[in-house]
Design a protein around this ligand. Sequence first.
Ligand code: 5GP
Length: 135
Amino acid sequence: MSTIFTKIASGEIPSYKVAETEDFYAFLDINPIVRGHVLVIPRKIEKDYIFDIDDAAYSGLWAFAKKVAEAVKKAIPCKRVGVAVLGMEVPHAHIHLVPLNSEADLDFRKPKLELSKEEFTRIAESILTEYGKLQ
Ligand code: 5GP
């Protein structure tokens, strides 16, 4: 039994990819709170709670998230990239990266943005391009 995020990382379920390595995957949140809202996940570890991940993989996940955040910062106009770990909905550990221009941008209770496929694609491509430049 695999989680929805494992299926996303394997390509079984489509997503708007922004970065990947052998062990980690990053893609656009389908219900973004701001443009460029990204989720970062481990591909092969299906722990529900992020603090249950072993130290090596946990460090690797955050190191990958740091690089993805750098790409997000370059692709999306923002003051900085905020981070959140919730896990209230999907039981597969993940990090939210959220481009911020103010504190209010990190409010998960506000109505989610409704973006077109074209807009999701454009945003994902711009982050993917910046991520590629960091390699
Ligand atoms: P959390 O578990 O951190 O509370 O929330 C899970 C996040 O994953 C939510 O922001 C939700 O919009 C996002 N999400 C849930 N299912 C999917 C999906 O199938 N595809 C994508 N791209 N995002 C999803």
